[in-house]
Design a protein around this ligand. Structure first.
Ligand code: KG4
Ligand code: ZN
Length: 334
């Protein structure tokens, strides 16, 4: 159905977003209102502030998405909304807005998993082919997901503690960089040399799980010990060494999974997919091995509703609809 029109809504964290996607892959609009400025002075996302922003913004953002796409609710075939995981108060704003619209206009309602959305950001760029592997790296998630058809997800590995973006943000905070720290560490990493030998958490030999809290602690200890000795470690050296460890583990484990599952298609997803070092390294390795790689543009890597509409379109085709019991689920499983 080329002409399927989905309205997507995303409010799981600190971006209020609405989007209209046609035929599952064509973005007619993708309006994103970021709250980063409001959270910056607290050094992270404050759930209460996030919810309040979503409440203030959501109606306007939806109206703007429809206006930009030059459609009305009459043209919309279904409303897809992030059901979870995320901040419960934030999720509820999107879910309730979607429910209100869907029932007022007698449209089907679809509850989308946020990670499915991140993966489907790639479908907006390059049609997904199966089987594939997806590395999802964001502020809240670090997951290796295997797919052999649309809408079916198998988690091969995930973080046992901090998400990779969270580790970036914590290390950034330790060295006095503003929130969100990921982009700052990335920039500084390219100016410095990875001369500090930081740990790599390989875990069990056959594990595709990740762990980043030990790495974060190692950075803190390194800084502490240097200070006691009266030495000064340049931030760019810390950034480069930290980033080298993260990329080494992410890329090595991803390639092991690619080999084990025998896939030749890899997609990257989530805010940390914006990382220049990660993009460069994974592109290089995929070229060496003849693996087709898709990385969404920055605007589709970070939270947005187009990816939710794209994942929702697949659920529409499968007849996976929600009813009026749809609720925000902070710990929803993929
Ligand atoms: O996907 P996203 O926008 O929100 C979540 O669903 O979490 O990801 C945000 C995360 C933040 O932790 C941010 O520091 C990180 O992505 N990030 C980066 C870069 N750009 C954003 N981390 C490393 N390098 C970057 N260039
Ligand atoms: Zn996200």
């Amino acid at each position: 159905s080329e002409e399927l029109i989905i309205l997507g809504i995303e409010t799981s964290c600190d971006e209020t977003s609405a989007s209209v996607v046609r035929g599952g892959r064509e973005i007619l609009s993708n309006v994103v209102s970021s709250q980063i400025e409001s959270h910056k002075r607290f050094g992270g996302v404050v759930p209460e502030i996030a919810s309040r922003h979503h409440v203030e913004q959501v109606t306007y953002i939806i109206e703007e998405a429809l206006r930009e796409a030059e459609v009305t609710m009459d043209d919309v075939d279904a409303v897809a909304v992030t059901e979870g995981p995320g901040l419960v108060g934030a999720l509820l704003v999107g879910v309730n807005a979607a429910k209100a619209l869907a029932f007022a206009k007698s449209k089907p309602l679809i509850g989308v998993h946020h990670i499915a959305g991140h993966i489907y950001a790639n479908h907006l760029v390059e049609e997904l082919t199966f089987p594939l592997l997806s590395l999802v790296v964001s502020g809240g998630h670090t997951e290796l997901v295997y797919m052999d058809e649309h809408g079916k997800y198998e988690i091969l590995g995930e973080t046992r503690d901090d998400a990779v973006g969270e580790a970036y943000d914590k290390v950034a905070r330790t060295v006095g960089l503003p929130y969100p720290g990921g982009p700052h560490i990335d920039r500084l990493a390219h100016e410095g040399e990875a001369t500090i030998d930081l740990p790599r958490a390989w875990l069990e030999a056959d594990s595709f799980d990740f762990s980043f809290s030990g790495l974060k602690s190692a950075v803190i200890n390194t800084l502490h010990n240097a200070k006691q000795r009266g030495e000064d470690v340049p931030v760019k050296t810390i950034a480069a060494s930290f980033q080298a460890s993260v990329i080494d583990v992410l890329v090595t484990k991803t390639m092991r999974a690619v080999e084990k599952r025998g896939v030749d298609r890899l997609v990257l997803a989530g805010g940390v997919a914006a990382n220049k070092g990660l993009r460069a390294r994974i592109t290089e390795v995929c070229e060496e091995r003849g693996i087709t790689l898709t990385i969404p543009p920055l605007s589709l890597c970070t939270d947005n509703a187009a990816m939710i509409a794209a994942a929702g379109a697949v659920m529409y085709e499968k007849g996976q609809f929600a009813d009026d019991r749809l609720n925000g689920q902070p710990g929803l499983e993929l």
